[in-house]
Design a protein around this ligand. Sequence first.
Ligand code: G6P
Length: 362
Amino acid sequence: DASDIEKGTYPHYMLKEIDEQPAVMRKIIQAYQNEEGKLTIDYNIAEAVSEADRVYIVACGTSYHAGLIGQQFIEKMAKIPVEVHVASEFVYNMPLLSEKPLFIFISQSGETADSRAVLVAIKELGHKALTITNVPGSTLSREADYTLLLHAGPEIAVASTKAYTAQIAVLAILANVTAKFRNQPVEFDLVKELGIIGTAMEALCDSKEEFEAIAREYLSVTRNAFFIGRSLDYYVGLEGSLKLKEISYIQAEGFAGGELKHGTIALIEDGTPIIALATQESVNLSIRGNVKEVVARGANPCIISMKGLEEAEDRFVIPAVHELLTPLVSVIPLQLIAYYAALHRECDVDKPRNLAKSVTVE
Ligand code: G6P
């Protein structure tokens, strides 16, 4: 119950929950470590995922955005093909399923009706489901075959923050353990990398004034804003734009850098804010090319890059983390920028208009 959870000295739950992310990372590492310090998940879950010929991730909202990152983890580490679906579209447009599908439902609350409708439908077909949720005993947890918990603690603010990063971390652990189960080589130590992430998250949470300044400078008066990125940065941009629209009511759109020229660039005017993420070495040159394209049309760019890839024009440089895990840190500036943009516009940060924390109707 929201009234039981103290905000402490925080003005809003959202800010408190953003700040809790480093501690949640540590909690997750602990929860999924065995006595020898190795990452582990329930054997039956590792086996079920390993044996699937295709994984179907189904979710809504922020959890869907976490699913897009999870797809990359499972494909790159465990080498199993993955599809990610918005729950409300899946039900009446069910894709042709593979021979041995495994369904993963991602839901902070475990109560989202759209996701549950898919769970009911695929159970009727006799398929197996794993739910990744923050709430033990929730409907999606009870009705699925398996559950992995987020260990993020209660999330009260309507705009999801710590649950998103917890979902990504748990998906990374799931992919990592499944990879080992399938004898797929993983060339990095995920426990160590998640530790580095926790420290990087702390540094970002300590840089609030910078994100407040960015929000003031770019988002005080604008009616719209764009988030661009390529590869994992694209998916994080989708989440950044959702955060911004949810709580500040600024019309925001996230899109892939390469798609700019196929339409969206027509919207760029003098002063249009463009938040560009540049944390991926493999696409760094291309995304910087996109920034030049929009700047040539008058856009006001705010480049958020990563240590090692930074250039003089960048507005903020996040600490270096493993290239596959950047979403865990690069989303924090976007969460904080959205938070301050909403604050400056005197919006109700924790309870935005027209939205509910958990949507239990289809
Ligand atoms: C609602 C919330 C979103 C959330 C979505 C999915 O729309 O406002 O923040 O991402 O539901 O919720 P779930 O609990 O299934 O993750």
